[in-house]
Design a protein around this ligand. Structure first.
Ligand code: NAD
Length: 484
């Protein structure tokens, strides 16, 4: 059945000015008509968000807000299956992944940020200058106001709630734009939050392509932007908000490296690397696309990766044993294919994949792509320097620890790295030397929602998570009281 996916403003569905197609990447079928928000619809959403700040939401105490966030988390859990269906229809990802990661993290995000805010204290200082003008300083945290939340398609609900939960926990209101590829779960979340008792105007969703996002970032009454997506979009947004000097939090692309030392546990490294290369068909910002392997174990690791990748089961999301889904769209598949063609042109040996698999008549209309491995590329090649955001990786040998560190850090990006070694000293020596926001040792994508998350360089600005989110979504007002 083809659904109507409308904008959500003031806890009500709002028609757009036109519609565009929501396509299921599993088989290319039409699943929804999405209502595009033009400048006027975005303005309505921003006005609703502004008005809500003046209403019951703005007057709510922190404990009341924390309670409401916990109710939202409970309601998400109650409607888990609906969110799961929405997320899978839009993304085509395997049921097991969507269940364990995407939807599970939505309620976890609300609970975690409710805890952060519930236990937050105030910065305070007793100031005792030489002249005896003693004073008490304390910094009260105020919400930024109306926050524009713009998110991508790869982990739609997870990334959305990662931003919406702390924004609401700290008393802001939001205007959200999900990706044009994955509009459903953000819309359903609106309904769920209204059911949990969120006042009108606090959470608003507008749909559309980049233009709709630009209507948010250029709106004069938006107080801050939190964005996850491509580095080049981040750069455009930064220019747009620069005149108003708006606070921004950017979680952008990556070209993440893995360093595999000859003192690693090869079996565990291969298993971990397989996850880091192919989870969500390589469409996680933290996925590894550059694997540097110490020369003595190069062939062993390469053979292990080929064997392990061959075992991945491509299939429809609910089919038994599926652990690898399609890419998000035909357009994205063209991009991934173009990098594969370029790799071969640059002299790569394609060890596995590199093209479109035959999925049978029912699924061939989807945007499937094979798990891919290359060797023979040079570190300088474009394919090893630009983010592909697909199930591909280049395998390159190295000789020394210094060389490995240099190779990993020789990139414009700085999101994450993983280091595979059984040598404790090396682990502690190398991990902090990575120019990234997240440096893993013998693991990948191991997260704590209180820990800082984000990247440097082209991978972003700022950190979110726990106290870091609290800092971004609030503005401190330092009060100084003279004590005499
Ligand atoms: P994208 O930048 O194309 O789109 C992201 C969002 O921005 C979408 O909602 C899109 O409609 C909107 N947008 C596009 N142009 C805009 C503009 N001019 N103004 C305002 N909004 C605009 O990214 P994508 O293809 O959806 O997502 C994939 C990218 O996201 C990859 O680069 C990936 O690495 C990155 N990502 C990063 C993280 C992280 O935490 N660092 C997490 C997930 C994804």
């Amino acid at each position: 059945m083809v659904q109507e996916i409308r904008n959500f403003i003031n806890n009500e569905y709002v028609d757009g000015v036109s519609t565009f197609d929501d396509i299921n990447p599993v088989d290319g079928s039409l699943i929804g008509n999405v209502h595009t928000a033009d400048a006027a619809v975005v303005d309505k959403a921003v006005k609703a968000a502004r008005t809500a700040l003046e209403g019951p939401w703005g007057r709510m105490s922190t404990p009341e807000r924390v309670n409401l966030l916990r109710k939202i988390a409970d309601r998400i859990d109650e409607r888990f299956e609906d969110l799961l269906q929405a997320e899978i229809a839009d993304t085509g990802k395997p049921e097991g992944l969507a269940r364990a990661v995407d939807v599970a993290r939505a309620s976890a995000n609300f609970r975690s940020f409710a805890d952060t805010v519930a236990s937050a204290g105030l910065d305070s200082y007793l100031t005792e200058p030489a002249n005896g003008d003693n004073a008490l300083m304390y910094a009260v945290r105020k919400p930024l106001g109306v926050v524009g939340v713009i998110v991508p398609w790869n982990l739609p609900l997870l990334l959305l709630t990662w931003k919406v939960a702390p924004a609401l926990a700290t008393g802001n209101t939001v205007v959200v734009k999900p990706s044009e590829e994955t509009p459903a779960s953000a819309t359903l979340l609106g309904e769920i939050m209204a059911e949990a008792g969120l006042p009108e105007g606090v959470y608003n969703v507008v749909h559309g392509y980049g233009d709709t996002g630009a209507h948010i970032t250029s709106h004069p009454d938006v107080d801050g932007i939190t964005f996850t997506g491509e580095s080049k979009t981040g750069s455009i947004i930064m220019k747009t908000v620069s005149d108003r000097v708006l606070p921004v939090s950017f979680e952008l692309g990556g070209k993440n490296a893995a360093l595999v030392f000859d003192d690693c546990n090869v079996e565990e490294a291969v298993a971990g690397l397989t996850r880091s290369l192919y989870t969500n068909s390589g469409q996680v910002c933290m996925c590894t696309e550059r694997v540097y392997i110490q020369r003595g174990i190069f062939d062993e690791v390469v053979d292990g990766l080929i064997e392990s990748a061959k075992k991945l089961k491509l299939g429809a999301p609910f089919a038994e044993g599926t652990d690898f889904g399609p890419l998000i769209s035909a357009k994205h598949r063209e991009k991934v294919q173009s990098f594969c063609d370029l790799a071969e042109k640059n002299g790569a040996e394609t060890l596995l994949g590199g093209g479109v698999p035959d999925m049978g008549a029912e699924l061939n209309g989807g945007s499937w792509f094979e798990p891919t491995l290359w060797k023979g590329l040079a570190h300088e090649d474009e394919v090893m320097r630009k983010e592909v955001f697909g199930p591909v990786a280049g395998l390159i040998p190295f000789d020394t620890e210094e060389e490995a560190i240099h190779l990993a850090n020789d990139t414009e990006y700085g999101l994450c790295a993983s280091i595979w070694t059984q040598n404790l000293e090396r682990a502690h020596r190398v991990a902090p030397k990575m120019n990234v926001g997240l440096s893993w040792v013998n693991t990948w994508y191991l997260r704590d929602l209180r820990a800082p998350f984000g990247g440097s360089g082209l991978s972003g600005i700022g950190r979110e998570g726990g106290q870091h989110s609290f800092d971004f979504y609030t503005e401190p007002v330092n009060v100084a009281i003279k004590l005499g």
